[in-house]
Design a protein around this ligand. Structure first.
Ligand SMILES: [Ca+2]
Length: 101
């Protein structure tokens, strides 16, 4: 009995929605049974998602660039540590290593 009442409720809701669509109380320009307001909201959300994805891609790229810079600086520091040992043994200062380009 409860399921019959539930089924009738769903059918009445569908009929009311169809009547509203037919009478254009609910706007549906392209007649696909999806109200224009819902389609506009979906479009809005899709655009925001695309913008957010672009921001995330850009930030990820920037973080990678900065991480690469940190790794390079760290490698240079490690190279400099070797000079500490040489200096402790009394070696003369070599100066900066020439860049290889
Ligand atoms: Ca529509």
């Amino acid at each position: 009995m409860v399921s019959l009442i539930f089924l009738i409720g769903i059918l009445l809701t569908l009929i009311i929605i169809l009547v509203f669509l037919h009478k254009e109380v609910i706007k549906d320009k392209n007649k696909n049974f999806i109200p224009d307001t819902v389609e506009e909201k979906i479009e809005e959300v899709s655009e925001k998602i695309e913008e957010t994805v672009e921001v995330i891609k850009h930030r990820t790229k920037r973080v990678k660039q900065e991480a690469d810079d940190v790794v390079k600086a760290f490698c240079k520091a490690i190279d400099g540590i070797d000079d500490l040992g040489e200096a402790a043994k009394g070696a003369k200062r070599k100066g900066r290593k020439k860049k290889v380009s």
